[in-house]
Design a binder for this molecule. Structure first.
Ligand code: MRU
Length: 349
């Protein structure tokens, strides 16, 4: 699998996803500011990848700290964590990873500053390794839902480019293919930033998966013609009752899938659950600049000053979701109360 994000010689190396599919180019982030910008501009994107990037971002941020004592070090760390947390608001993996880095420093606050720095790097490596393992487990669970011959619709990019390994929703497809199931995938282009057209189509083709690109407004017609067996998507934040925030347009698909009686699967690691939120109403939805809608690939396609509404995510209500697949198992409705206990409704691997 392609390495979306890595620690190389004291820098964070990421694939610049804004240049795909035409250029596979890497950016080296030597400092936390560059990394913050990369998250903001979606050069690195997708909930788990943002979490991984943030944990390495903390290491970049404290690398040159001159703090002599743990107290002043912790203050600096807090500033860096707040700064990174301001990059994007919706994917909870960002905050999860940052809090995990803080907890690591707090656990070790009696140690010397150089020691804490070393432990933070180790913790970031752990976040990466765990993400890789989680991708594999989600894929193993999710592939059980896929049948030979399935035609599957996906939205945005929930693949290798969105994680440290081979993805959440797309990981399920890679695994299904590895198990010998013949699958066909339809990828929504995913306006405004075209993650489906630019990233998912590229990624799946690279892996030899049969993928067909469609415009977002073609899904209903395909479903009506009986050409879609399943919809499978990732998630940026899942509330305690299963309401799920994901790339704008996911909710449309869920409504369409329910109308056409097509199963709708969400695949995400447990780090995407936000059990502090009872339901999806309070999930913060990122609004991005008007240029992304007025333009396509930098080319103006609308009146220069037309008003624009550009929410980057929407929330799919739990009732439209068939199952949620995590690395801990497959969760069935009602989701509320099943996540933390990880027992009822969960099928162990
Ligand atoms: O704005 P993006 O490209 O970061 O949005 C990404 C998505 O919505 C993905 O579907 C989600 O993060 C799941 S990625 C495994």
């Amino acid at each position: 699998m392609i390495e979306t994000i890595a620690w190389k010689n004291g820098r964070v190396r990421i694939i610049d996803q804004t240049r795909l599919p035409h250029n596979l180019a890497y950016i080296e982030c030597p400092d936390v500011k560059t990394l913050w910008g990369a998250i903001k501009k979606l050069q690195v994107r997708g909930a788990p990848a943002i979490g991984v990037a943030a944990s390495l971002g903390v290491v970049l941020g404290i690398k040159n700290s001159r703090a002599k004592d743990p107290d002043s070090f912790m203050k600096e760390l807090d500033k860096i964590i707040r700064y990174l947390a301001s990059a994007r608001p919706t994917a909870v993996n960002l905050f999860w990873a940052l809090e995990r880095m803080r907890a690591c420093a707090l656990r070790n606050s009696a140690r010397s500053v150089p020691k804490i720095k070393g432990l933070l790097l180790k913790e970031a490596f752990k976040v990466i390794d765990e993400d890789k393992r989680q991708c594999r487990r989600m894929a193993a669970f999710g592939a059980r839902l896929i049948k030979d011959g399935d035609r599957i619709l996906t939205h945005c990019n929930a693949g290798a480019l969105a994680t440290a390994d081979y993805g959440t929703a797309l990981g399920v497809l890679y695994r299904a293919k590895a198990e010998g199931k013949r699958i066909r995938v339809y990828a929504d282009e995913t306006r405004p930033l075209l993650q489906g057209a630019r990233l998912t189509a590229w990624e799946l083709m690279r892996d030899g998966i049969d993928v067909t690109l469609i415009c977002d407004n073609m899904a209903a017609s395909l479903m009506e013609q009986g050409k879609i067996d399943k919809v499978i998507v990732g998630a940026d934040r899942i509330a305690a009752n299963g309401d799920t925030a994901n790339k704008i347009g996911t909710y449309n698909l869920a409504v369409l899938a329910a109308y056409h009686k097509i199963p709708f699967y969400v695949v995400a690691p447990v780090s995407t659950l936000d059990l502090t939120l009872k339901n999806g109403r309070k999930i913060p939805i990122e609004e991005r600049g008007p240029g992304e809608v007025r333009e396509i690939a930098g080319r103006l396609i609308a009146p220069r000053n037309v008003k624009v509404y550009n929410p980057a995510f929407d929330v799919t209500p739990n009732k439209l979701i068939t199952v949620i697949v995590t690395e801990k198992g497959i969760f069935h409705k009602p989701f509320r109360g099943t996540f933390p206990k990880l027992n009822p409704g969960v099928s162990p691997l």
